[in-house]
Design a protein around this ligand. Structure first.
Ligand code: KIV
Length: 275
């Protein structure tokens, strides 16, 4: 049985901390599921860490659906959240409904995430009314990077603080089951966490959130183009991969690989008749 949004909401009530990670492929999702990670986000961050773009803007519905299907196939218990890409939910409510429905129908994921607060609250309400669980995302919203002017900490002035609180409350009232707070000062994230009824999931928002999310490549140390301050590297996978790949290269070029153990024998007499 998969973890439901009700279970995630209950975790806040019980004071249980919620762990979320991003995944973009079957193999990684399977390892996460087996490790007991309750919630997996197929983030549009895949635009950078998987596809090599410099932002999430080029990511399309087709790309997201493709990767979300792989993650769903790799999981049995985790709640899988599909990230709605740039401009796929803001043109009209109808557009948002039909794209959100595609995530659930075509990939088998259980929820969608979209960026924005008061400006998307009505959309969130309509999507939720159709039976599609929605996770909100406020603070640093990477799809608006050109508007925000870079990866800057959000909510530093009294006006920006009031806006973020209003955004979080609007998402809560619209029926979002959780809200991601990205790159928000820790005291503000704690205050928002106290003021809304659903779990806050922080990334660069301090320990006062109900849960934490990280990009898997950041915590494994496999994506080294940019290492965010909020990420902790639990491994240095780029180094491990680089050593293994160099060793393979060396063994192929020097004839050490493959050995008999990696090859398939046959009865030599079968070859006897060949020229
Ligand atoms: O796309 C993503 O990975 C995200 C998380 C950073 C929350 O939106």
């Amino acid at each position: 049985m998969r973890i439901s949004i009700n279970k995630i909401k209950e975790m806040k009530q019980k004071g249980e901390r919620i762990t979320m990670l991003t995944a973009y492929d079957y193999t990684t999702a399977r390892i996460m599921d087996e490790a007991g990670i309750p919630m997996i986000l197929v983030g549009d961050s895949l635009g950078m860490v998987v596809l090599g773009y410099d932002s999430t803007i080029p990511v399309t519905m087709d790309i997201m659906l493709h990767h979300t299907k792989a993650v769903v196939r790799g999981t049995q218990k985790a709640l899988v959240v599909g990230d709605m890409p740039f401009m796929t939910y803001t043109v009209s409510i109808e557009q948002a409904l039909s794209n959100a429905a595609r995530f659930l129908q075509e990939t088998g994921c259980q929820a969608v995430k979209l960026e924005g607060g008061v400006n998307v609250a009505e959309t969130v309400r309509k999507v939720v009314d159709c039976g599609i669980p929605v996770m909100g995302h406020i603070g640093l919203t990477p799809q608006s990077i050109n508007q925000l002017g870079g990866h800057k900490i959000q909510g530093k002035t009294p006006e920006a603080t009031a806006k973020l609180l209003a955004d979080a409350k609007a998402l809560d009232e619209a029926g979002a089951f959780a809200v991601v707070l990205e790159t928000v000062p820790a005291p503000l994230a704690s205050l928002i966490t106290e003021k809304i009824s659903v779990p806050t999931i922080g990334i660069g928002a301090g320990a006062g959130c109900d849960g934490q999310v990280q990009v898997i490549n950041d915590i494994l140390g496999s994506y080294t183009d940019f290492v965010p301050k909020h990420a902790k590297q639990y491994a240095k996978l780029a180094d491990i991969m680089s050593n293994a790949i160099s060793k393979y290269h060396e063994e192929v070029t020097t004839g050490k690989f493959p050995t008999e153990a990696n090859s398939f024998p046959m009865d030599e007499s079968v070859l006897a008749g060949l020229n």
